[in-house]
Write a protein that binds this ligand. Structure first.
Ligand code: C2E
Ligand code: CA
Ligand code: CA
Ligand code: CA
Length: 279
């Protein structure tokens, strides 16, 4: 064929077509999921020492009627591309605030913070600050109980917009945590411009404590840097007591990981916490 250029070949590549179809199906499914409330929040505790809960990270799950529980890794990036992350993100924020209100009412724990992951797309919407304020105000929640987790790539993508929005929210009392810290950029000078309350050491370093000396050094360096900046530091993906002990001994303020609990639905979280208090 004379004019069979690259595009023609690509168009008839069956694997490409299969991928496009799968993507379109997933998108349709995602829209349906939103309409039918198939999203569920899971909670993973954040611990001080071995026995004190300081808060929980809210992690999204999709309860798919046929496929069962779907991990956010399988749908967040498509949700970002299709803007579906905007209604989904709003949903997560509202649900987190509802949970905070329930806890406050029951006096279960007024100290628990909830950490919510924010996607770049969501953070960049012009009314993001108002959205958060509305979620908090509509339920009358102490803003200090809400923590927003932002990644390095998100904050650096448009530093001026980031500075404005973070300061506006920070003035209201909202907390900020820098997620997956250490995986991205090598220049940390931007940190002094941004009002973060906490750095979150990425799981990839925590995993190698006691395995790879250079990663243990990175962990120590991050903790030292947080101390110098006067902010807190938490480690994610803590799976062993040896990792926890290393982190505690080097001044890490809090830990999160399977050592304590995997992310679980709220009912399980409460049962788990009750058991923790009575042991
Ligand atoms: P992330 O924010 O880095 O969340 C931590 C991930 O590590 C979670 O995966 C959690 O289940 C997992 N994890 C926690 N402790 C351990 C451990 O000890 N060992 C191991 N191997 N893994 C551990 P998950 O829940 O599958 O979430 C994946 C990612 O999806 C999150 O990574 C976050 O980037 C994104 N995500 C989750 N929920 C939301 C959400 O509501 N909004 C947005 N925008 N993104 C979300
Ligand atoms: Ca996170
Ligand atoms: Ca993380
Ligand atoms: Ca991570």
């Amino acid at each position: 064929a004379k004019m069979a250029g690259r595009n023609t070949v690509r168009f008839f590549d069956p694997s490409m077509q299969a991928m496009a179809t799968a993507r379109a199906d997933l998108e349709k499914d995602l829209r349906r999921a939103l309409a039918h409330n198939q999203f569920k929040l899971y909670f993973q505790p954040q611990m001080y020492r071995n026995d004190q809960v300081v808060g929980a990270e809210v992690l999204l799950r999709w309860q798919h009627p046929e496929r069962g529980l779907v991990s956010p890794l399988e749908f967040i990036s498509l949700a970002e591309k299709t803007s579906l992350i905007l209604p989904i993100g709003r949903c997560v924020l509202d649900a987190a605030c509802t949970q905070l209100k329930l806890w406050e009412r029951s006096a279960y724990s007024r100290q628990f913070r909830l950490a919510v992951n924010v996607s770049a797309r969501q953070f960049r919407t012009v009314d993001f600050v108002e959205q958060v304020q509305q979620a908090l105000n509509s339920k009358g929640i102490n803003p200090e109980l809400l923590e927003l987790e932002l990644t390095e790539s998100l904050v650096l993508e448009n530093i001026n917009d980031t500075i404005l929005k973070m300061h506006a929210l920070r003035d209201m009392g909202v907390r900020f945590s820098l997620d997956d810290f250490g995986t991205g950029y090598s220049s940390f000078s931007y940190l002094t411009q941004l009002p973060f309350d906490q750095l979150k050491i990425d799981r990839s370093f925590v995993r190698n404590i006691g395995v790879k000396t250079s990663d243990a050094v990175i962990v120590q360096t991050i903790i030292g840097m947080a101390h110098n900046l006067g902010i807190e530091v938490i480690a994610e993906g803590v799976e062993t007591e040896a990792q926890r002990l290393f982190l505690e001994q080097h001044g890490c303020h809090a830990c999160q990981g399977f050592l304590f609990s995997k992310p679980v639905p709220i009912e399980e979280f409460i049962v788990w916490h009750r058991r923790l208090r009575h042991q």
